[in-house]
Design a protein around this ligand. Structure first.
Ligand code: PHE
Ligand code: CA
Ligand code: ZN
Ligand code: ZN
Ligand code: ZN
Length: 295
C-alpha cells in the first residue's frame, strides 16, 4: 500500500482554512463555505478521472450537498465505500473536525488515480453534508439508495477527526470486543476493524476500541446492515494517564481542546496522527479493494 504524502493532506487543510476565512469563518451546512468546500473536492476528483455526483438535499430550510466519487472499474456488485463529513459546525472552520478526514480520504482517492489502480472491488468515495446537524447527508444517501444498489455496498469506512492535537489511536469497535456499549455491528465490521488494526500494529502503534454507537456517518450504514469501520483520534474526551503512557501527549487534557470551537484551525492538527491515519486509510483501501480473490 502507498505512503500517502502528509504534505498533500496538509495542503488540502490549508485550502479548507482559506475557504472558511473567505466565507465568514466556517464551512457549515447552508453557508457558502460548505459549497466552496464541496466544489474544491469535486474539482480535484473530476480532474483525476473520478465520476462525481453532487447530491443535494434539504435540511432546516437550506440546501446541503454530498459529493460522491466513483473510480471507474471493479466489480459493480462488490462496492467498498470510504467517507468523511465535509461540513463544519458554524462556530469555526472545522479543520480537525472534519477537514482531517475529508483531506485524508481525498488524498487517498487521488493516490488511487495516480496509480491508476485496478481494484477487484468497485471504489466509491463520499464527502457528506450536514453531519453536524445529525448525520443528515449520509442518512439522505442511505435512505435514497435503491434496494439493489444498497445490496451492492459490502463495506463502508468512515473517518471523522483523525488529526486531534492530543491524539489517541482509536478504531471503531465493530466486534464489540472492548464492550463499548452498543453491541457488535453488522457481520463484516469485525474484519474492517482488524484490517485497520493491522496497519497500526505494522507501525508499532497500539490502538484501542471506541464506541460503535453511530455517532458519525457510519450510523446510517450499520442501521441497514452494511458492515462499517473507521478510525478516530478523539474529540472532547479527556486523555487518561494510562492513555498518555500508551500514546504520549498530555493526561488530563481533551484529545481535542478545540472541538466544535473557533480554534479548530490548521494549528489544531497533530501531524503525526494525521500522517498515520492517512496511511492507515490507504492500507485498508488497498488491502480490501485489491484482494484476490475478493474478501
Ligand atoms: N461525529 C462527531 C462530530 O462530528 C465526532 C465523533 C467522531 C465522535 C467519531 C465519536 C466518534 O462532532
Ligand atoms: Ca504518509
Ligand atoms: Zn463535529
Ligand atoms: Zn465530525
Ligand atoms: Zn473490537
Amino acid at each position: 500500500a502507498p505512503d500517502i504524502p502528509l504534505a498533500n493532506v496538509k495542503a488540502h487543510l490549508t485550502q479548507f482554512q482559506s475557504i472558511a476565512n473567505a466565507n465568514g469563518g466556517n464551512r457549515a451546512h447552508g453557508r457558502p463555505g460548505y459549497l466552496a468546500s464541496a466544489n474544491y473536492v469535486r474539482g480535484l476528483l473530476d480532474a483525476a478521472g473520478f465520476t462525481t455526483t453532487l447530491q443535494s438535499f434539504t435540511y432546516n430550510g437550506a440546501t446541503g450537498y454530498n459529493v460522491i466519487a466513483d473510480w471507474p472499474g471493479g466489480d459493480p456488485n462488490d462496492v467498498l465505500m470510504v467517507g468523511a463529513h465535509l461540513d463544519s459546525v458554524s462556530a469555526g472552520p472545522g479543520i480537525n473536525d472534519n477537514g482531517s478526514g475529508s483531506a485524508a480520504i481525498l488524498e487517498t482517492a487521488l493516490e488511487v488515480a495516480r496509480q491508476d489502480l485496478n481494484p477487484t472491488k468497485h471504489l466509491r468515495f463520499a464527502w457528506w453534508g450536514a453531519e453536524e446537524l445529525g448525520l443528515r447527508g449520509s442518512q439522505y444517501y442511505v435512505n435514497n439508495l435503491p434496494a439493489a444498489e444498497r445490496a451492492r455496498i459490502k463495506g463502508y469506512l468512515n473517518f471523522d477527526m483523525v488529526g486531534s492535537p492530543n491524539a489517541g489511536y482509536f478504531v471503531y469497535d465493530g466486534d464489540n470486543s472492548d464492550g463499548t456499549g452498543s453491541g457488535p455491528g453488522p457481520a463484516g465490521s469485525a474484519q474492517l476493524e482488524r484490517t485497520l488494526q493491522d496497519y497500526f500494529t505494522s507501525i508499532g502503534v497500539p490502538t484501542r476500541g471506541t464506541d460503535f454507537d453511530g455517532r458519525s456517518d457510519y450510523g446510517p450504514f450499520i442501521s441497514v446492515g452494511i458492515p462499517a469501520g473507521g478510525t478516530f483520534t478523539g474529540a472532547e474526551g479527556i486523555k487518561s494517564s494510562a492513555q498518555a503512557s500508551l500514546w504520549g501527549g498530555t493526561a488530563g487534557v481533551a484529545f481535542d481542546r478545540c472541538y466544535h470551537r473557533s480554534c479548530d484551525t490548521t494549528a489544531n492538527i497533530n501531524d503525526t496522527a494525521l500522517d498515520r491515519n492517512a496511511d492507515a486509510i490507504a492500507y485498508a483501501v488497498w488491502t480490501i479493494a485489491t484482494a484476490t480473490p475478493p474478501t
